[in-house]
Design a protein around this ligand. Structure first.
Ligand SMILES: Cc1cc2nc3c(=O)[nH]c(=O)nc-3n(C[C@H](O)[C@H](O)[C@H](O)COP(=O)(O)OP(=O)(O)OC[C@H]3O[C@@H](n4cnc5c(N)ncnc54)[C@H](O)[C@@H]3O)c2cc1C
Length: 282
C-alpha cells in the first residue's frame, strides 16, 4: 500500500458551497465522506485526486428524520448511526439489522450509507433491501435538486446516475412496510450473495406477492418475480421451491473469489427462500 499523492482538503460549511466547489474543481476533485473506499483506492493508486471535498462537517447532511411515512437519512450519516438510531430500529428493524452486519465496526463508524451507494461496488449489502423498500436518493447540483429511485440511480459496477456537479444529499426510505428482511452469505470482507424480501402475511398466508431483490451477485440489484407466493402459506414447499428456482435463474453470477457461478446461483435460491420465509417471524 502506498501513500496517496498530495491533495488539498476543502471543508465547505453548506451544501451550496460543496456544490460550488464541485463545479469549480471539476474532475480534479472527489467528494469525501468517511473515506473508507476513497482513501483506500487512493492509497492503492487506483484513484488520484488533487482535491477532496469533505462532506462530513455540513450540518445539512447530518441526521436521520422520520416524518410523513418516510425516513430521511442525511448523506453524512454513518452505518453505525443507522444501526443504533431509534427511528431506524423502530420503523425499519430489518435495515438496522442489515447495517449491524456491514463490514466491521471501524468501517461502520466512519463509512456512510451515501458513500456506499455512490461508490456502487456491486458486493454491497444496503442496495438490495433499499431497492425492495422503494428507497430514493435526493441529488443536489448546480441546476437544483432532483430525486431518483435508487433502482434507477444504480446503473452498474461503480456506475451511477450521479451528475458531474451533483452530490447525494439524502436517502429517503418509505416506512410502514409490514415486513422487511435481508439474508446474506459471505466468506470474504463483502457479501457473496444477499437477498432482501419485503411482504405481508395475514394468518400465515402471503397477502400479495412479496418483493424479492438479490444483491451482490450482478452488477446491480436484480428483482425476482415471486407471484407464486401470492396466497401461499409459509409451509407451501412447492411455492418456495419455485421461488428458489426463479431466483437462481434471475441472476447472472460471475466466477470470482466469493464462489463459482453455480455456487452463487444455488446460494441465491437458498437465501431467497430463507429471506421470504423469515417474513413469517417479523
Ligand atoms: C474492509 C471493508 C469491508 C467492507 N464490508 C462491507 C460489507 O460487508 N457490506 C457493504 O455493504 N459494504 C462494505 N464495505 C463498504 C463500506 O460500506 C463503504 O466503504 C462505505 O459505506 C463508504 O462510505 P464512505 O463514507 O467511507 O465513502 P467514501 O470512501 O468517503 O466515498 C466513497 C465514494 O462515494 C463518493 N461519495 C461519498 N459521499 C458522497 C455523496 N454524499 N454524494 C456523492 N458521492 C459521494 C466519493 O466521492 C467516493 O467516490 C466495506 C468496506 C471496507 C473498507
Amino acid at each position: 500500500m502506498m501513500l496517496p499523492s498530495d491533495f488539498e482538503l476543502h471543508r465547505p460549511a453548506t451544501v451550496g458551497e460543496a456544490v460550488a466547489l464541485r463545479a469549480e474543481l471539476g474532475e480534479a476533485a472527489a467528494l469525501y465522506a468517511g473515506g473508507t473506499e476513497l482513501l483506500l483506492a487512493m492509497k492503492l493508486g487506483v484513484l488520484d485526486y488533487e482535491h477532496l471535498i469533505d462532506l462530513k462537517r455540513i450540518a445539512g447532511l447530518r441526521g436521520v428524520t422520520c416524518a410523513g411515512g418516510e425516513l430521511r437519512i442525511g448523506a453524512a450519516v454513518t452505518h453505525r448511526e443507522l444501526e443504533t438510531h431509534p427511528d431506524v430500529v423502530r420503523e425499519l428493524p430489518g435495515l438496522a439489522a442489515l447495517e449491524r452486519a456491514v463490514a466491521n465496526v471501524r468501517v461502520r463508524a466512519a463509512g456512510t450509507l451515501a458513500g456506499n451507494l455512490a461508490f456502487a461496488e456491486p458486493h454491497a449489502d444496503p442496495p438490495a433491501l433499499l431497492v425492495a423498500l422503494g428507497a430514493r436518493v435526493v441529488l443536489v447540483g448546480g441546476e437544483g435538486s432532483r430525486e431518483l429511485a435508487l433502482e434507477d440511480f444504480l446503473v452498474g459496477a461503480y456506475e451511477t446516475e450521479l451528475g458531474e456537479d451533483e452530490l447525494i444529499e439524502a436517502i429517503v426510505v418509505p416506512v410502514g412496510a409490514p415486513g422487511a428482511v435481508y439474508r446474506k452469505f459471505q466468506v470474504l470482507e463483502r457479501p457473496a450473495v444477499g437477498v432482501a424480501a419485503v411482504g405481508n402475511l395475514v394468518g400465515g398466508v402471503f397477502d400479495g406477492a412479496p418483493t424479492v431483490v438479490v444483491g451482490a451477485v450482478d452488477e446491480r440489484p436484480v428483482r425476482v418475480g415471486a407471484e407464486m407466493l401470492d396466497g401461499a402459506a409459509l409451509d407451501d414447499e412447492g411455492a418456495f421451491a419455485a421461488l428458489a428456482e426463479a431466483a437462481a435463474e434471475a441472476v447472472e453470477p460471475v466466477d470470482d473469489l466469493s464462489g463459482s457461478e453455480d455456487y452463487k446461483r444455488h446460494l441465491t435460491g437458498v437465501l431467497a427462500k430463507r429471506a421470504v420465509q423469515a417474513l413469517g417471524d417479523v
